[in-house]
Design a protein around this ligand. Structure first.
Ligand code: 5RP
Length: 222
């Protein structure tokens, strides 16, 4: 089984968590794309979806699934999305696709965050994957300096603008032993719009695809 097969297995497993008759939160990325493709069979059984990116919204539209404005949604039972890294506490690094801000907002509204991932994403310690930060263009250099003070090495994502018109800085080398503390600290840097650490609002459920099957994990120690 290759990584694509495992992503597809996790995406398929998430279909069982969709609440019929209710809006659905849909994330961004290659695993989320595979999940979206599998929603074709549920068309007409959900009123629509809140998408965390223009890219996912477009894919949903092509399937005929209505796109809902989050502001018009009173209750969002489930949000399904991938991750770049996830640990046993179901804290995550997200934003590899640059959609972290809308992902964090939709995740904050959802009652349950279902993370879908292949086994390569499951880590004992977060931090191998560079942490994405969405940053206001004016603050790019300032944020880079502040990250350096924390021991981070910041790299501007080239030729990339977010759906919100901002930049992405990918930072490596930060100590993530206290992921929630680091999330708070980075959130405090002026010019940082969103930190790709999802520790304060981690996932509620992880559907982790391995060659032997898809495991369902709940947060351990949080
Ligand atoms: C996008 C994300 C994605 O969930 C994350 O990058 C995982 O992507 P993929 O499923 O392609 O491995 O956070 O901003």
């Amino acid at each position: 089984m290759n990584q694509g097969d495992l992503k597809a297995a996790a995406a398929q497993a998430a279909i069982a968590h969709v609440v019929e008759g209710a809006p659905l939160g849909v994330g961004t990325g290659s695993t989320a794309d595979l999940f979206i493709d599998r929603l074709a069979g549920l068309k007409g059984r959900i009123p629509g979806a809140v998408a965390s990116s223009e890219r996912s919204a477009e894919r949903l539209r092509r399937l005929g699934i209505p796109i809902l404005d989050l502001n018009d949604v009173e209750d969002l039972p489930v949000y399904v999305d991938g991750a770049d890294e996830v640990n046993a506490r179901l804290e995550m690094i997200k934003g590899g696709g640059g959609a972290l801000t809308r992902e964090k907002i939709v995740a904050a509204v959802a009652r349950s965050f279902v993370c879908i991932a292949d086994q390569s994403k499951f880590v004992s310690r977060l931090g191998r994957f560079p942490l994405p930060l969405e940053v206001i263009p004016l603050a790019r250099t300032h944020v880079g300096r502040e990250l350096a003070k924390l021991g981070g090495m910041a790299r501007l994502r080239e030729d990339f603008t977010t759906d919100n018109g901002n930049l992405i800085i990918d930072v490596s080398g930060l100590d993530m032993a206290d992921a929630a503390g680091l999330e708070d600290r980075l959130n405090g840097i002026p010019g940082v719009v969103t930190v790709g650490l999802f520790a304060r609002r981690g996932a509620d459920l992880l559907l982790l695809a391995e060659p032997s099957g898809v495991k369902t994990l709940r947060p351990c120690g949080r």
